[in-house]
Design a protein around this ligand. Structure first.
Ligand SMILES: Nc1ncnc2c1ncn2[C@@H]1O[C@H](COP(=O)(O)OP(=O)(O)OP(=O)(O)O)[C@@H](O)[C@H]1O
Length: 247
């Protein structure tokens, strides 16, 4: 369970997260949606203790990240792909993480298998495609077998087969009773994957509800998303027709 209360974070003049409060519950995939720059990645960094909030708290199963005794075994996260040494193999990268965190070496082969990287486990990870790098990042998140998982744009760079694989993986992790927070801009994918949604705009909570409730009455999730975030998208281009009209 993730509990955020009154969470705020400012970067200079930008209030990236503004009094955010929500719970992410176990046993479900919770989608984290919002327009570009709405504060999703910042919120995930605050949850993982990678940034300090200016106000508010965020707890993972009752404790702040820095209070977790074995962090990798309690919460796993894919926040950015390619957070490994390019000269190292996938296997060496995971083995080093396991050793540093007191995780059994046998978990390395297990997670490589889960993400489908067993055949390339001994190749230099620096030569990996973006999709392979995403899979390696997911393997690292799963290494400590944590009950809480965060994934920031995990389908980025994956081919259709990979996108479907992520969907099934997210669902199976939730079905095992884990807490899964998933950000993605692919709303059609979110509609197929998430049970619950937290929608933010300009760092504020706009909706915290089930996908079923948002799409009640035949409304698509995309229509619901635009209705909710309509006035809070900071970056907007002009419509192609308007563009043509401009001198
Ligand atoms: N380290 C930083 N220094 C300065 N500003 C930052 C920093 N990190 C984030 N911001 C700003 O905070 C706001 C929220 O950014 P954030 O990356 O959290 O949004 P996001 O919802 O993840 O966006 P996207 O969907 O585009 O990835 C943006 O205006 C961004 O420019």
């Amino acid at each position: 369970m993730i509990e955020a209360r009154g969470l705020s974070k400012r970067y200079g003049p930008t209030l990236a997260v503004d009094g955010l409060g929500f719970d992410v519950r176990p046993g479900a995939v919770t989608g984290f949606l919002g327009p570009n720059g709405s504060g999703k990645s910042t919120t995930m960094r605050l949850i993982m203790g990678l940034d300090r909030p200016d106000a508010g708290t965020v707890r993972i199963d009752g404790r702040a990240y820095h209070q977790l005794r074995r962090p990798l075994c309690e919460v796993g996260a894919l926040l950015e792909a390619r957070t490994y040494h390019p000269g190292r193999s996938a296997e060496k990268h995971l083995a080093a993480l396991a050793a540093a965190n007191g995780i059994a070496r046998s978990r390395v082969a297990a997670v490589l298998d889960t993400v489908g990287l067993t055949d390339v486990a001994r190749k230099r990870a620096g030569g990996f495609s973006l999709g392979m790098a995403q899979r390696l990042g997911i393997a690292a998140a799963l290494l400590g077998d944590p009950a809480v998982l965060l994934f920031d744009e995990p389908v980025n760079g994956l081919d259709p087969q990979g996108v479907r694989w992520i969907r099934e993986l997210m669902k199976s992790l939730a079905a095992e009773g884990r807490t899964v927070l998933l950000s993605s801009h692919l709303i059609s994918e979110m509609a197929l994957t998430a049970d619950h949604l937290i929608v933010i705009g300009q760092g504020r909570l706009l909706a915290d509800t089930s996908v079923a409730e948002l799409t009640a009455g035949g409304r698509t999730l995309e229509e619901a998303f635009f209705a909710i975030t309509g006035s809070s998208a900071e970056y907007r281009g002009v419509a192609p027709a308007e563009h043509r009209r401009q001198p």
